[in-house]
Design a protein around this ligand. Structure first.
Ligand SMILES: [Zn+2]
Length: 469
């Protein structure tokens, strides 16, 4: 790779302008809000988009508004060659800030602090400055480089769904909305929902209600059940050692219609089930160890204990366990379950590796649930994978190595970057490895020098991919 030294000189002399533009974008509180006329994600994201459009037009790029959801800024001849995709919406500031989250400051430690400076307005500005640099250096282009700025990344990315429903992606896309070097593989999802119904029961003792989990992507640290026809002391005596064996504890209290048994375990993210102790699976295992009446609700508990047993993080009992070298093992987290008097329903959050498909994952899990008397449903979002061997990723890594001095390479994630549904897309930057930007937390920050380096890396990539060379 020929490192174009003019890029470094241009970027150094525009450092202050980059910080000013990033500051201007971060001054707009672009947390999403209720839809308004002309602002589908609320006034904040729309205002940030208008600010960015004004900025891009001011630097001479051809700017387009796509349904008030996404803006694009283009340079070069018509033929699309490269898309850079970033987002302007941010998550709420939360508590604990030492400075105004919407009034960015550069502190003596060299970091700029503010909501969005890293996620992802920093990425957006680094990409914009890459285009500015290539344009102002007058490097001749053979095809189009497009900056795409969306406004709904933090709430489900309906912005890019809208955009890509109307516009074809360029042959290559990167999003500076993650870490360097290149993220080229993301797990897919299978969210297995299931239910089972039964007639009102009378047998005793039995479970009359059960509640575990509050969010599909969180393994719960607590779950509880109401048992009718059981004495509190006897219940505690039986349940305590069963729970302790699984690394959890229980408590019991008198409740409407019986005794309420609560399991206290350890919550964690659904993508990393081995880091927690699932209260749902502990509770079900404990209940299966009690002398409950032979009835439908008891049968449902035993069926769940068999299909989604405690400690089975990889979907072995469901028959969907699989792994590959790129994204590792399938994970299966039983995150939500409720029982009423007349039925049960639940949810599993499965993260599936790139080798998974409908046939070896959804179809198998659904068949196992059906055979056990449950009605399964759920949608599978396929994994995302862009092979590391292609020219595109090699070009990105060469530019990264040349300008950062770090070793390039590829990594994979549990899923969910901005390019998950963009064929051939990868995440690339904007955060340097090992730098804690406090993403989504208080005092979000990023070193200004890293933003300059990222802009140099992107400018070199734009020159190499879109330039006449
Ligand atoms: Zn982001």
């Amino acid at each position: 790779m020929e490192k174009d030294m003019r890029i470094g000189a241009w970027m150094e002399s525009h450092r202050d302008e980059l910080v000013e533009d990033l500051t201007a974008l971060c001054r707009v509180n672009s947390v999403s809000g209720p839809a308004q006329e002309g602002a589908p994600y609320g006034p904040g994201p729309k205002k940030a988009m208008e600010k960015a459009m004004e900025m891009c037009a001011g630097y001479g790029f051809a700017v387009t508004n796509h349904g008030d959801r996404v803006m694009t800024a283009d340079m070069g001849p018509e033929e699309p060659l490269l898309d850079m995709l970033a987002h302007l919406d941010v998550v709420g500031p939360g508590d604990g800030w030492e400075t105004d989250p919407f009034a960015p400051v550069v502190k003596p430690d060299g970091y700029i602090y503010g909501r969005g400076v890293a996620d992802d307005k920093g990425g957006a500005v680094a990409a914009l400055y890459a285009m500015r640099c290539v344009k102002e250096l007058g490097l001749p282009l053979k095809g189009r480089c497009r900056l795409i700025l969306g406004t709904d990344e933090e709430n489900g990315s309906s912005d890019v769904a809208y955009y890509y429903g109307r516009v074809k992606p360029a042959p290559h896309t990167f999003t500076p909305d993650s870490d360097f070097p290149v993220c080229n593989a993301e797990k897919g999802f299978y969210r297995l929902r299931f239910r089972r119904e039964w007639a009102m029961e009378t047998a005793l003792p039995r479970v009359t209600a059960l509640n575990g989990g509050f969010r599909v992507n969180v393994v719960p640290g607590q779950a509880s059940a109401v048992l009718a026809g059981m004495d509190k002391a006897a219940l505690l005596a039986a349940a305590t050692p069963l729970a302790a064996e699984l690394g959890a504890s229980v408590r019991a209290e008198e409740a409407d219609g019986g005794v309420k048994l609560t399991v206290v375990a350890k919550g964690c993210h659904a993508a990393m089930p081995e880091t927690g102790v699932n209260a749902n699976t502990v509770l079900i295992r404990v209940l299966c160890g009690l002398p409950l009446a032979d009835c439908e609700s008891t049968a449902a508990l035993h069926a769940l204990d068999k299909l989604l047993p405690h400690g089975d993080w990889y979907g072995k009992a469901l028959g969907i366990a699989q792994a590959d070298e790129v994204t590792g093992p399938l994970t299966c987290s039983f995150t939500m379950i409720t029982f009423t008097d007349t039925g049960a329903q639940g949810l599993c959050d499965c993260r599936v590796p790139v080798c998974a498909n409908e046939a070896n994952c959804k179809a198998v899990a659904d068949a196992a649930m059906t055979a056990a008397g449950f009605v399964p449903e759920g949608d599978m979002v396929p994994p995302h994978y862009t092979p590391a061997k292609g020219d595109f990723i090699q070009t990105l890594n060469r530019s990264y190595e040349a300008w950062s001095g770090n070793k390039g390479g590829c990594y994979s994630m549990g899923g969910g970057t901005y390019v998950h549904d963009v064929p051939g897309g990868v995440a690339f930057g904007v955060v340097m490895p090992g730098v804690d930007v406090r993403m989504h937390g208080a005092n979000e920050r990023i070193p200004v020098k890293d933003l300059i380096t990222a802009a140099e890396i992107f400018a070199q990539a734009v020159a190499d991919i879109c330039g006449q060379g």
